[in-house]
Ligand binder design. Structure first.
Ligand code: FES
Ligand SMILES: [Fe+2]
Length: 373
């Protein structure tokens, strides 16, 4: 059976999702949305905490409260919660009176801070966070774009990021100017739970300063390496061996609701030398490229990314050789949906914070055996 992966597909609960930039969560609780559910993020007693955004008392949004003495205080009746979700005080009962047993804020399976983002996994994730090696390498400038929002689903946006055949058409005013429409053969290799795409192209590189001086040709070799980790973590490393430049793009997606995806884009470049004007120009150019993509993606009348089932059922779309990366994405996400479907029925409930049953060692082994084909 073929089906589409929507922003609210329950299987996505078993993945790490970015929910905020690190700097967006400071002294106050922050409301975020993920897979159609509300969550609150706050910095509490022993670090970062996340809860379903409903107080266990009268289900008020905890994000409407505040952080006081490193505890989250509900704005309605002042119940206080620590990072584990335990309630430490119920003002209406008086000081020293213990809270009712069920008075516990509901945490997700996990919340972590990495790569400049806060990540949340509602249920035990099938896959690890993506690695961004350039972030730890000397000489790389890190440049963030302001997060964007699109009405397109995360699956379509991830597919768009992996697609190269659209450059001369969608990006005729930016990176696609003068690009060959032919997409040569390229390699897709399975890599852990995701895959790696490698291709070599000849492209215009106007950002090489030596092009203007005539020392380097405008059209140069470019080695592109896409790294994909399910569900929506991507890294693209562009190496220009003639210019000696490396430009990496970290692209991660937050499926907020059925019609809303938040997009986090970061550039890691070794050719900017910390120059403020060049950093700003790099961000402006990348934003222009992204805006071209988003203008088309939000015109799609599709509620989800069509998947390609492992059983060989015909897909909804027509794919050609140039679409090999997108086909790999559709298969990887279909595999994630399959894995979730094999969990016990109680294990993939939809409610925010409904904690899935922890996996036994035997089940973990089974997941390792049934990794993406
Ligand atoms: S609803 Fe939160 S304390 Fe009453
Ligand atoms: Fe694009």
């Amino acid at each position: 059976m073929t089906h589409r992966l929507k922003n609210t597909t329950a299987a996505l609960r078993h993945g790490w999702h970015p929910v905020a930039r690190s700097g967006e969560v400071a002294d106050e609780p922050v409301a975020v949305r993920l897979l159609g559910d509300p969550w609150v993020i706050a910095r509490l007693d022993d670090g970062l905490a996340a809860f379903a955004d409903r107080c266990p008392h009268r289900l008020a949004p905890l994000s409407a409260g505040r952080v006081d003495a490193r505890e989250l205080v509900c704005g309605y009746h002042g119940w206080r919660f620590v990072a584990s979700g335990d309630c430490t005080a119920v003002p209406a009962l008086g000081p020293g009176v213990p809270a009712p047993k069920r008075a516990k804020a509901t945490p997700p399976w996990g919340v972590v801070e990495r790569h400049g983002l806060i990540w949340l996994a509602p249920a035990e994730p099938f896959t690890d966070l993506i690695e961004i090696p350039e972030a730890d390498e000397a000489g790389f400038d890190s440049v963030w774009l302001e997060p964007s929002r699109s009405s397109a689903c995360a699956g379509l946006l991830a597919d768009n990021f992996l697609d190269t055949a659209h450059f001369p058409f969608v990006h005729a005013d930016t990176i696609g100017a003068g690009e060959d429409t032919i997409v040569g053969p390229y390699r897709v290799t399975q890599d852990g739970d995701g895959f790696v795409v490698q291709m070599e192209q000849r492209v215009a590189n106007p950002e090489d300063p030596k092009v203007a001086t005539g020392d380097h040709p405008l059209v140069q070799r470019r080695w592109s390496t896409y790294v994909y980790r399910p569900p929506f973590m991507l890294r693209l490393r562009l190496e220009y061996p003639d210019a000696g430049m490396i430009n990496t793009i970290q692209f991660c997606l937050q499926p907020e609701d059925a019609g809303s995806t938040r997009i986090y884009t970061r550039l890691l470049r070794d050719d900017l030398g910390g120059d403020a004007a060049r950093r700003a120009e790099a961000a402006r150019f990348e934003q222009a490229v992204l805006d071209e993509d988003l203008a088309l993606q939000e015109r799609f009348d599709l509620d989800g990314l069509p998947l390609i089932a492992a059983d060989g059922d015909p897909a909804e779309e027509v794919s050609i050789r140039a679409d090999a990366a997108g086909v790999a994405l559709r298969r990887a996400l279909a595999s994630l949906v399959d894995q979730a479907a094999r969990l016990p029925a109680t294990g993939s409930g939809r409610s925010a914070g409904g904690r899935d049953r922890p996996l036994t060692a035997a089940r973990r082994t089974e997941f390792r055996r049934t990794k993406i084909r």
